[in-house]
Design a protein around this ligand. Sequence first.
Ligand SMILES: Nc1ncnc2c1ncn2[C@@H]1O[C@H](COP(=O)(O)OP(=O)(O)OP(=O)(O)O)[C@@H](O)[C@H]1O
Ligand SMILES: [Mg+2]
Length: 385
Amino acid sequence: MNTQHPDASGDDGDEARAELPVAVADETRIAALNRLLAARDRTIEVLIKRLEGRGGEDPSAFALLEQNIALEAVVSRKTRELDRERQQLSDALAELRSTQARLLQSQKMEAIGRLAAGVAHEINTPIQYVSDNVSFLRSAFDTLLKVVDQHLTLLEAAHAGAVPEAQLQAAESSLKAARLDYLRRNVPDAFEESLEGLGRVSGIVTAMKRFSHPSGEDMEPVDLADLINTTVTVARNEWKYVAELETLFDDALPKVPCFRDEISQVVLNLIVNAAHAIGDVVLAAPGSKGRIMISTHVVAEHAEIRIADTGGGIPESIRASVFDPFFTTKPVGKGTGQGLAMAYATVVEKHHGLLDFETVPGDGTTFIIQLPLRGAEPAPEEGGA
Ligand SMILES: Nc1ncnc2c1ncn2[C@@H]1O[C@H](COP(=O)(O)OP(=O)(O)OP(=O)(O)O)[C@@H](O)[C@H]1O
Ligand SMILES: [Mg+2]
């Protein structure tokens, strides 16, 4: 078990800092600005003390006045500087927030782009059989209409008092041709299958809409089971060829305050990682499938999501690096090494939760997310300059 903070590899200097996730870079910059402000505050405090302390000395009244005026000028200059710096700090903060929001949105759009092909494929299968069924139902309806028409003619003749033998035979042969028994057996199934297919399509479209809908400015109470089901649906094409996926949700888990789309993205990253890890194992045993198990739990003051896979596990030698930005063991085109760094920034830094993993080489890996049930309250040691 291991959790490595992304900035733990300290000896890479500027290069490593350049690769820090935005949230870490933001914090460093904000901390530096805060220190600057604190130093300014201290300078002003000292100047004010000196100004007040002058009363105790006994130089000539004129010299004292001159000194006081000079000090007041310094204090007012320093105050103006301080105001300017405060403004700069708040502008920088606003800019950083919007950059971070844009970055997260662009990561999400990238994921949606990648999922789109899979989603189209997922929709294509039910659409195919719905359209086959509708063709069958149309021809069944045509056949039945012919039977009805023949029988209407027969009815008219019966009302007129004489039914010609030819019309009777025509009605009978239309009934025979319609193969009513066959239609009775198959038409209800065709309706049933079509409705089921349309239900699947609308489920996928709803999931995609929910997944891509941006969260608001504030955290909202989120049903994690619903969030996980949505993410599993949009990511189906990523895991279905290599694994069975099961979910087990704790009914006692209340809604969890979080940024819905960001946590969905984290769950997606972990599902894709699990599928890739299983994919590597399954490749060696064609035809076999692995298993992804996603469960939720209440653990003390936290909501916990566990995503367990039956992949090859994480080798000891790389456990300390997996959360580092751009660390990947995958070939170009399959991974860029941003999934876990992004998950760490979202869960730990933004939601003040925990992200950890347990792994057994050869058996698999379980990633564990914990989110505070009372929302992302800052840790007590934070907030000081
Ligand atoms: N469930 C897992 N089982 C085994 N190894 C894993 C698992 N999850 C992550 N890893 C290892 O951690 C590395 C980093 O994962 P991360 O998600 O950050 O990047 P990636 O999957 O390689 O690329 P990206 O997520 O950007 O497409 C992976 O390349 C892989 O070696
Ligand atoms: Mg990944």
